[in-house]
Design a protein around this ligand. Structure first.
Ligand SMILES: [Zn+2]
Length: 430
């Protein structure tokens, strides 16, 4: 049995006995060393040569053979285990390509895939992508150093978040930050699901990134997307400026600076999301909640019909799949289950009397049957709760708003916000 280390209450998981294994990745940075450059360059050469031969073979004969000649040539240079790992990596890429081809032939290709291309080369901007793959039993790691084949002992920076059976290690040169990044696969034991208690309901959106509620909470809590949105647009502006500068000055389409700006924008967004997801899941854990019901994004587009910037984000960059993935990963860490539900009805019924006779204006929803006025995101999450068996009696139909200050999610200060107060006063209890 491998070691099992969870942040909270490890005994609980171990004594439960029945465990399955999940794959996780530890990421860290290692110090630079000339041997890495040499090794990585040879790895990329092997990968690209092999890929070239396979592309030819695929086009001509539709079949592959084991690349014995390449293995024999590269094994002395990079070690036989690493040579084999590189070949395996290329096998994986071709296997998934062929699987997609099969689906295409059967007419079962997922909608979001428009075009299937043969596996690409390890190449970017005309340069080889530097990457090393180390077999799981060919490296060691302690508190300070990583020990690689050929006697390389290198310092690393970063925390080993996951403990468990160590898997394959990939070392990739990040040309933007000019560091060697390591991705270490780890198999950890999955904690058993926790029993009892009511679910936590979450409605995802743009104006409010997430609105949450569980039975017993007197009003929903909303994580305002406003600051995150404007930060995103601030960096989008910088990106646009750099793009036009590039076009004007050297007729180029990309630059290191541009790629850095894209990365900063994404990092800042992801940071806000991660802090939010962590706070929500830890909160749920403390409450003994074992299941999260996540309203899927059917309603998002229509909800923000009047906000063209928000629409642009949904259509182009805003990563809902990222938010959902983070919720799932975080929940799994805590032994919670995430259930995605279609949201199609939740934005079109009254949370009090469930009538469909409603009108919406801005962020407000008014029920023509019972006269209730509610905040739309609050109504959305309460309806998710109602549709999945929750009792929404006597809940306030407007959310407690949390705002992102760049570091933390904090309750909104209501001073200086008379108009908002007036609006909230109009929103009634269910
Ligand atoms: Zn009503």
């Amino acid at each position: 049995m491998s070691i099992c280390l969870y942040i909270i209450d490890p005994e609980k998981y171990i004594e439960a006995g029945k465990v399955s294994e999940v794959k996780r990745t530890n990421t860290f940075i290692i110090e630079d060393c000339p041997a890495l450059w040499e090794l990585a360059d040879s790895c990329a050469k092997l990968y690209n040569k092999l890929n070239f031969e396979r592309r030819q073979a695929y086009i001509r004969y539709r079949r592959f053979e084991y690349p014995k000649h390449l293995y024999e040539k590269y094994a002395p240079l990079i070690g036989s285990a690493t040579a084999q790992q590189i070949i395996n990596k290329n096998n994986e890429a071709w296997r998934s390509f062929l699987a997609l081809k099969r689906l295409e032939a059967e007419g079962k290709l997922p909608e979001h895939i428009k075009k299937i291309s043969m596996p690409r080369y390890w190449k970017r901007n005309g340069k080889r992508e530097l990457r090393i793959i180390v077999r799981k039993d060919c490296y060691k790691i302690d508190d300070e150093y990583i020990y690689l084949p050929r006697g390389l002992k290198l310092k690393y920076k970063g925390m080993l978040r996951w403990k468990g059976k160590q898997g394959r290690l990939e070392i990739v040169y990040d040309e933007l930050d000019e560091v060697w990044r390591d991705f270490m696969a780890v198999e950890v034991e999955e904690p058993p699901a926790r029993g009892g208690s009511k679910p936590l309901y979450i409605d995802l959106g743009v104006i409010n990134l997430a609105t949450i509620w569980f039975e017993g909470l007197k009003q929903p809590i909303a994580y305002s997307g406003k600051a995150v949105l404007s930060d995103w647009w601030y960096w989008t502006g910088k990106i646009a400026k750099e793009q036009s500068r590039l076009a004007r000055v050297n007729r180029a389409r990309t630059s290191k600076k541009l790629r850095k700006l894209y990365r900063i924008r994404q990092k800042r967004f992801r940071h806000a999301v991660n802090v939010m997801v962590k706070a929500i899941v830890e909160y749920a854990y403390k409450l003994g909640i074992s299941k999260i019901i996540l309203g899927r994004l059917g309603g998002v587009r229509s909800k923000s019909r009047n906000n063209s910037k928000a629409n642009a984000m949904i259509n182009n960059f805003w990563s809902f799949s990222y938010i959902i993935r983070r919720f799932k990963e975080k929940a799994e860490e805590y032994g919670m289950e995430v259930d995605e539900k279609s949201e199609y009805r939740t934005s079109s019924i009254c949370p009090r009397c469930h009538s469909e006779d409603i009108i919406t204006r801005g962020r407000l929803l008014k029920c023509l049957s019972c006269g209730l006025e509610a905040n739309r995101d609050a109504a959305g999450v309460l309806n998710i709760g109602y549709l999945h068996g929750g009792s929404v009696n006597r809940v306030v139909a407007h959310p407690l708003l949390l705002r992102w200050n760049g570091m933390r999610w904090e309750p909104k200060r209501t001073v200086n916000n008379q108009s908002m107060k007036a609006l909230e006063a109009r929103i009634s209890r269910l």
